[in-house]
Ligand binder design. Sequence first.
Ligand code: MGD
Ligand code: MGD
Ligand code: SF4
Ligand code: MO
Length: 743
Amino acid sequence: MTATFNSEGKVVIGDVVCTICDIGCQLKAESVDGVVTKVRPHDHPLLRKNVCYKGTAAPHIHNHADRLRVPLKRVGERGEDRWEEISYEQAMDEIAERLQKVIDQYGPEAFAVSTSGWNTQTTHGCDRRFMNVLGSPNWISGVSLCAGNTAAVNKLTYGWFPFPDFGNTRCVVLFGHNPRKHSWTPIYNQINAARAGGAKVIVIDPRVSDQAETADLHLRITSGTDAVLCFGWLNVIINEGLYDKDFVENWTVGFEELKERVAEFPLERVEEITGIPRDLIVESARMYATADSAVIPWTPITDMQLNSTSAIRLHSILRAVTGNLDVLGGEMLGGFNPDYIPESKLQLHELLSDEQKAKQLGSDLHPAYTYRAQEMLKEATERVHGYGYADIVMGCYMANPSAVFRAMESGDPYPVKAFFTLGNNTLLSYPNQHRILKALMNQDLIVAHEIFMTPTAMLADYVLPGDVFTERNHIADSWSWSTRLSLSQKVAEPPTEGSSTYQFWYDLAHRMGIGEYFPWDTLEEVLDYRLSPSGMSFDQFSKVAHMRAQVPEYRSYEKAGFGTPSGKVELYSSILDELGFDPLPYYREAPQPSTDYPYRVFTGVREDSFFQTGQRQIKVLRKRTPVPRFFIHPEDAERDGLSDGDWASLETETGQVQAMVAIQESMKPGHLRVPHGWWYPEMRGEGQELSGAFLSSDAVLCPDEPEDLDHEQGIPHFKGFPGRLRRIDGPPAGIDPEMLDLL
Ligand SMILES: Nc1nc2c(c(=O)[nH]1)N[C@H]1C(S)=C(S)[C@@H](COP(=O)(O)OP(=O)(O)OC[C@H]3O[C@@H](n4cnc5c(=O)[nH]c(N)nc54)[C@H](O)[C@@H]3O)O[C@H]1N2
Ligand SMILES: Nc1nc2c(c(=O)[nH]1)N[C@H]1C(S)=C(S)[C@@H](COP(=O)(O)OP(=O)(O)OC[C@H]3O[C@@H](n4cnc5c(=O)[nH]c(N)nc54)[C@H](O)[C@@H]3O)O[C@H]1N2
Ligand code: SF4
Ligand SMILES: [Mo]
């Protein structure tokens, strides 16, 4: 970190890891007299291309007039948005007292927490640590719909969650996943570099996405049928003998059973369900399986559909049978970084009793990512990775969100009465927003740790101001997904009455009699502790390195096998079998479009300008995408009498939302794309309800009764549910007129 003085004052320049989105680019930040003034690309040649316009807009976010700076205590009815300012000390004293009261009355399991962790960054696993010491298993997260759940399901097959070796690969397969210049920039850059090095790119996407435009092959799949395409590929790969016979023979179990299951998916059936011509299925399967090396990078598309578990398992199986695990240009099973104590250890899962683990909500019906299934891997994980709990991308020991909200709303199977949300806009970030609202309205205590007032924070009893990435020291470690460590340095001052999430849990623990488990008084002490295996302190690390990764070890499984009960890649999952599920992947048909609901709707336009539900109040970003839009094909627009720029209402059996119509040739006919996470920060004050949280949010559209969910994990079907579109007179009242002028 450099500090100099110019005519304006003290200038500090540091390495930072941007946490506006979850890919965590390492950038440079500058501050003048303790206020961040500039965030720009890093000067290291490997990092120079990694910045998007959200990252460079960080000073607009961090210095925004509406940023929360003082703790707020609710004075009106819940959700009324009336507050008094109180001190941090008072807020923490009252929260500790009220949480203790809930626990005394209902037991520790009555306390639930929702967080995604990557934006708050400095939690250091201490949310789980706090809950495990106290005795609550009910932690939920956005990662249950994004990477965390994929990690947990990958572990069932080969004990870890691999990361693609983009730098050396010869083939990249994107199941929908569509990184762009302003969406997950480093992955976009790595795909481009692979392509420039001669790698083929196969894109499976209903629309002509940005990645599809430049792909070698584009398969225009019917939304929600990814598992079936994987069966089609396996069909070709097995019938044509394109699999790695040595690897299959020596390192897998269940190949014969898999073969039988795959035979249930002849190519005619695959073509019919996926809408992809047979020739193209064959050509793409051959391209993937015969490439010298190939990767199927993680994709959120299979995290969010009815066949999520089967589709994720099929990706794992494809990687394995084609011999692409832990080889150059394939998918690396990195393991824990020996230089940095992982969050998995800091979380202290061994302290939570079996009795409390058994109470984890959702583990009865949908156990795959809960303790119930993941603990069955404990011995194997310990054998291979040296420690029994591997919580990769935070997703391996979660409660099921739908089950938690049901318990919060109804008290079934037991009451959940205290809910903390940290760096997560809970109301809009799971399926069935109607139930989430009822669940939140039925709480005795809600605490939100946030940087802006959000619809979720409006429902809280206490809103605590958080710090941001330019205001704290950190070493980012990708939650054990890869072994990269990146330095992030504080260049500006946090709000004096604010806290980091670590500080929050530390202060609460010390008020609730469990302070002995939180011995590190500052973030720097936590970092020193986590770095201790490397022999360096945080201070020393910051002087010698901004980024470090372990040298990859190929075929690491030859030492102690794979981290599964059999020690092999379990094509046939012994754990799913033992839990009473189909041990092989399968296909279950989701509700289909009908005359009443003619569209296949999929959620998840990741607007370039925002991360998920955030940043709608940041003018420089909002001006790029002033209002939410529904994307449809011209044929569908004509049938429904809609023109570009019309406003429309999208209706499903569960809810309805409004947005502007955008007609695009690139859409697949019969499909409708709806954005995620829209609310309107400008709608506040008299007569406004939760800042328009129910007007345009995709979360109101999807049901989440057990029969609507993927069996093994309890995942909602966000990819291809039936809906209809109807023209309405105009935009919702209350949208910032400046935004409407930009249309
Ligand atoms: N600017 C910006 N960038 C972001 C984010 C953001 O909010 N803003 N969010 C980040 C995060 S957390 C995530 S998870 C990623 C998500 O970003 P992506 O991985 O790109 O995912 P989506 O944008 O949801 O959808 C990608 C593509 O999937 C296609 N698709 C829809 N349904 C299906 C289907 O059933 N099967 C297949 N094969 N394809 C389908 C869509 O047409 C779309 O082109 O983006 C990351 N990057
Ligand atoms: N309905 C529906 N739900 C979804 C999805 C979907 O498409 N539809 N997508 C899923 C996906 S892919 C993902 S990745 C998850 C994302 O889930 P999250 O990552 O939890 O994202 P958000 O819910 O937008 O909440 C982020 C909140 O953190 C706040 N914040 C930002 N930085 C900081 C900070 O430094 N400190 C604190 N305290 N707060 C901060 C922001 O103001 C914002 O309100 O959601 C999932 N949920
Ligand atoms: S892609 Fe953009 S928002 Fe995401 S971490 Fe990088 S700079 Fe930040
Ligand atoms: Mo995500």
